[in-house]
Each structure stands twice: as structure tokens, then as C-alpha cells.
Write a protein that binds this ligand. Sequence first.
Ligand code: C5P
Length: 259
Amino acid sequence: MSETPNRLVTAVILVAAGSGQRLGYGMPKAAVPLGGEPILMHALRGIVASGISSQVCIALPAGNDGLRRLCEDFREELADGGPLLTIVDGGATRADSVRAGLDALMDGTDAVMVHDAARALTPDSVFHRIADALAAGAEAVIPAIAVVDTVKTVKATAGGGSPAPEVVTGTAPREDLRAVQTPQGFRLPTLQRAHEAARSLDPQQSAAVTDDALLVEMTGTPVHVVRGSTQSLKITTPLDLILAEGLLEGPLGARWVEG
Ligand code: C5P
């Protein structure tokens, strides 16, 4: 069982139960091939290679025997020496999938990182930055990168979309903005409390919860930010898949600067 430097026993909840509709493959995103292997396998190998976790709890689409078998084969491949691999059925929403993972963690777990299978190429360095911040005392820590686009808020144009469908309502100062990634790391009781509190949200509020850090923010606990990586792209659209294939083949190698 591997542990982080200050002996925090850390588990990773890998959420892989999404439908992947935006990728357009007609199968769950975790099963879509990337460089000859399902996206899920890249994510799993990345977590295990980072050496930060005692347990990896994978939330899969309920009833997906193919993905379950893949995880079971990987468990055998790891044999002893690797983290404990636990498989759970994911839920209707991402938060439900995280909660299913939380319910399956081993006794004695101190910290948990929630990671999207869709960020299958996340480098080791990001896992380690999160682990280091937790070890240094953070209750919650997320990886993020600077935003390169100017970001504006908009609303639908009154009066039937003429002369254009939306109108600008504001421009956020770009230097204050960060694009947030996973793995997101938490002391276990902090994340458990946040998910417990989330049970009282109404459906509209629940739909607006796109990451775990938001739930922790709602409880008033500070969420710390460390440097993420552009390599941790969230494979969502066909263009992302092309980028990920490119990264795997390494043509950017000589020009690659972790950002
Ligand atoms: O849908 P979205 O892009 O936010 O999904 C982010 C991650 O959450 C993906 O890895 C997806 O598999 C996972 N997810 C899940 N259960 C759901 C919905 C999404 O595990 N019900």
C-alpha cells in the first residue's frame, strides 16, 4: 500500500460513468479507444503510475460488463504491490457517481482525490502537487490553468433573438480566472460533509454542480489552487480526441512546455 509523504492514506475516486454523448461514438466515453486502448485504461494507468493512492475506486456505467471486465483484468495485472481496485456502479449525475465511490472507500482513508476518466492523460506531476498540498495541511486543493480567452457572461436577447441570439452582460477580469481540472483533492471528512450538504440542493442547483470543489466552497472551507497542466485536457469532443492522440504520439515532444 503506497502512501503520500506525510502518511496520508489517499484514495482516488475515478468517475467514468458518463455517457460520452458529445464524443459521438455511441458508447460510454471511458470505452472509446485512444491510441489503441480505451480511455479508461489510460486514466487508470496514470493514477497507478503516480503512486499516490492506496485505493482506486472506479465508478462505471451500471451494467457495463465490458468496462467491468477491463478493470478486473487490470486488477489481475497489478497483482500485489498496486493499489486496491474497487468497482462501483456510477449514478445518474457525476455527484451521484462520486457519492457511490465515497461509500466504497476503505476504513482508515485520510484523503481522497476525485478524478475524471475523461482527463486520461493527466501527468504524474499534477497528482503530486495535489498530494503535497494536502500533506501540507490543505483541506481542499484543485489544479487549474490560466485562461487564455477573454470570458464574458451573456443572456438571451429579449425579443426573439434579433439582431443576435445573445447580448453581453459582463466581462470577468482575465487575470483572476482559472480553468479548473481534476484530480481534486480533499481531506475525506471535508468531502463527505460537502456531499452530505448537497443532498438538500434542489434539482436546478444540483444541475449547476459541475465539480466537487464547488460543494466544498458552499460549506465555507477554503479551496486551494495548484498549477494544473494543459496535458490534462478533458476529452469531450472529437477535436479533443485528436489532440489526445497527438499527445500520445508525442509530436509536440520537443516543443512541450508543461503549462
Ligand atoms: O459529463 P462531464 O463531462 O461533466 O463528466 C465528467 C466526468 O464525470 C467523466 O469522466 C464522466 O465519465 C463522469 N461522470 C460519471 N457519472 C455521471 C456523469 C459523468 O461518472 N453520471
